[in-house]
Design a protein around this ligand. Structure first.
Ligand code: 5GP
Length: 193
């Protein structure tokens, strides 16, 4: 997606340890026009998947998630992150290790929002090791629903998440793929058009 690639080129900052900071348009300040285009792009990629709900994780997945849900005309659910829980009867719970925060969170979704048989599209801002995407997929599967696909705004292709998700059989669509963040530079995966 050229618009997004241009934004990453002009505004992305490479932090140490393979982290890309994009807080001027995605992770802090958000660009609504870019988010609208992201929603349209995911809609066109997943149009044939008969999606009934979009699922993301708070907080940075919510903007691309809601714009995608708007285009697909289905609800958006965002999983909440909590430290630890006592009452777990009415919620699905999964553990997710956060790559950027280096801590494990429990992510939760109320059981009333995903019904058996639903076709759920998972959306997230970044893909690194795949922890967040797998945690969300396990929640969908706990509900007896199916993962219709996984849509990622920025994929760091040099980390294992992509390979693991494809190996597990999920359909993965990433709008921008980064080959490396070495020497403070963003290098993109060259894709044949
Ligand atoms: P994963 O769960 O795939 O290991 O990592 C994805 C999650 O970690 C995303 O939800 C995102 O919030 C965060 N993340 C991973 N890598 C980056 C990065 O380079 N930059 C930013 N801003 N967030 C990242």
């Amino acid at each position: 997606m050229k618009l997004l690639k241009d934004k990453v080129k002009s505004e992305g900052l490479v932090l140490a340890k393979g982290v890309l900071k994009v807080d001027s348009f995605l992770n802090h300040q958000m660009d609504p026009f870019l988010m609208r285009e992201i929603g349209r792009e995911f809609k066109s990629r997943f149009a044939d998947e008969r999606i009934t709900k979009v699922l993301t994780i708070e907080s940075s997945g919510i903007a691309p998630g809601i714009m995608t849900a708007l285009e697909l005309e289905v609800p958006l659910i965002f999983a909440r992150k909590q430290k630890s829980l006592t009452l777990t009867e009415d919620i699905f719970v999964e553990k997710v290790y956060s790559f950027t925060k280096r801590e494990t969170n429990e992510i939760t979704v109320s059981k009333k929002f995903i019904a058996p048989g639903e076709r759920v599209l998972i959306i997230d801002d970044f893909l690194a090791n795949g922890e967040a995407a797998f945690g969300l997929a396990r929640i969908v599967e706990q509900a007896g629903a199916s993962v219709a696909g996984i849509g990622i705004v920025i994929e760091k292709s040099f980390q294992p998440g992509r390979g693991l998700l494809l190996e597990a059989g999920y359909r993965l669509e990433s709008l921008v793929r980064i080959a490396s963040l070495d020497d403070g530079q963003v290098a993109f995966v060259e894709e044949t058009p």
